[in-house]
Design a protein around this ligand. Structure first.
Ligand code: SF4
Length: 218
């Protein structure tokens, strides 16, 4: 059964890697900023951008909302694509202030599917970023998938290519208990696996999933 296979993978990863303590951010707003800044870059660069924001102004919705886009872009320069990301952060801030009075706590009562639709309507926020915000900032039971997840799932026969984001996400959401903690840890473990072993050129020797059925053709 798919659920058993998914849990077998999870258990192997957790046994080998241990808890990942995601999301690596200090508070809800920092998690959201990090989710937007991490698009197309590595986390070290995001940390530098967040450190700049913290040094220049406290990292709060009000402060970021009131920053000029050009100033914001300069502060987040280490994250790469800084002009685009500054506009994306500003788009998020505009949505937050226009709809929720600039207060993240006002979002808590919004139903998950509606909130997802609203986030996806914000310019520059795609499914992975929206789902990261839902899961890690708002504790919603939404499974985040990314390029690592796609590679590992295809190589372990969880899904047959070609597939899209929603189809891959369904593999996990339809077969796992709707559990925020599990979804949080599982995604983080898959990222670690993808970085350390399941790279474009697979390093199966010594990988925690080495003994499970897989192919590196996918
Ligand atoms: S590196 Fe090999 S064994 Fe490990 S997850 Fe990728 S395909 Fe599976």
């Amino acid at each position: 059964m798919a659920e058993d296979r998914l849990m077998e993978i999870y258990n192997q990863l957790f046994k080998n890697f241990g808890p990942q303590h995601w999301w690596p951010g200090d508070g809800r707003f920092e998690i959201i900023a990090g989710a937007i800044l991490t698009q197309n870059t590595n986390w070290t660069n995001v940390e530098k951008a967040i450190a700049n924001l913290k040094a220049a102004c406290s990292l709060t919705p009000e402060r970021i909302y009131n920053l000029q886009t050009e100033t914001l872009a300069e502060l987040i320069r280490p994250a790469g694509y800084f002009n685009i990301k500054a506009k994306r952060l500003k788009s998020f801030m505009n949505w937050l202030f226009e709809n929720y009075d600039g207060r993240l706590e006002n979002i808590e009562a919004v139903e998950t599917r509606q909130l997802r639709e609203e986030l996806l309507a914000v310019k520059g926020i795609g499914p992975e970023t929206a789902d990261s915000i839902l899961l890690y900032a708002f504790d919603r039971p939404v499974f985040v998938v990314d390029a690592y997840t796609a590679r590992i799932a295809a190589r372990h026969y969880l899904i047959e290519p070609p597939f899209d984001y929603a189809q891959l996400q369904s593999v996990f959401e339809d077969n796992l208990a709707e559990d925020v903690k599990l979804f949080n840890e599982y995604h983080a473990l898959l990222v670690k696996l993808g970085k350390e072993y399941c790279r474009p050129k697979a390093r199966c020797a010594g990988c925690p999933l080495e003994k499970l059925p897989h192919t590196i053709e996918a």
